[in-house]
Write a protein that binds this ligand. Structure first.
Ligand SMILES: [Zn+2]
Length: 151
């Protein structure tokens, strides 16, 4: 290869740089699919096989979901949201209505537990969707053909 052919191939590469965003996954879409506890790739297959257990693979598209590493993240997100919502509401309810302490504690205990149980699997799905979209952990090992199918 002489200098002019190297120069020509370099010029060709500069004219048409590889599209780095060609196989980029839609973050907003996959996070929303995760929040709905659906497979981040196809949006139809159920992500969970129980209350919080993520399936190894999607039952619809076969996407591997076992790469997820949500760990304690969903629990921390739930604590942050429920705590910041319920603490001011507790103060507001007390100042506004002055309920019987037993009624106030019963309502807020049930409300806090119910909201936490509702949010926890959704935050887990959201985190798995985020990890999938950002190709974190093992989610990066996907063939380009599959990325186009999942879009
Ligand atoms: Zn799927």
């Amino acid at each position: 290869m002489d200098a002019s052919s190297t120069d020509r191939s370099l010029r060709r590469e500069l004219a048409a740089p590889p599209d780095l965003h060609e196989h980029e996954r839609d973050l907003r879409q996959s996070v929303w699919r995760g929040w709905r506890r659906r497979c981040p790739a196809c949006g139809t297959g159920p992500m969970m096989k129980g209350y919080l257990s993520v399936r190894d693979t999607c039952t619809v598209c076969g996407e591997e979901l076992h790469h997820q590493r949500a760990d304690d993240g969903p629990a921390w997100l739930t604590i942050i949201v429920v705590g910041h919502l319920m603490a001011p509401l507790l103060g507001l309810a007390y100042m506004r209505f002055r309920p019987d302490p037993m009624v106030l504690s019963a309502v807020f205990a049930i409300g806090t537990v119910a909201l936490s149980l509702w949010l926890l699997p959704r935050f887990k799905g959201l985190m798995v969707g985020f990890q999938w979209a950002k190709r974190m952990h093992g989610f990066a090992t996907e063939l380009p053909e599959r990325a186009q199918e999942g879009a």
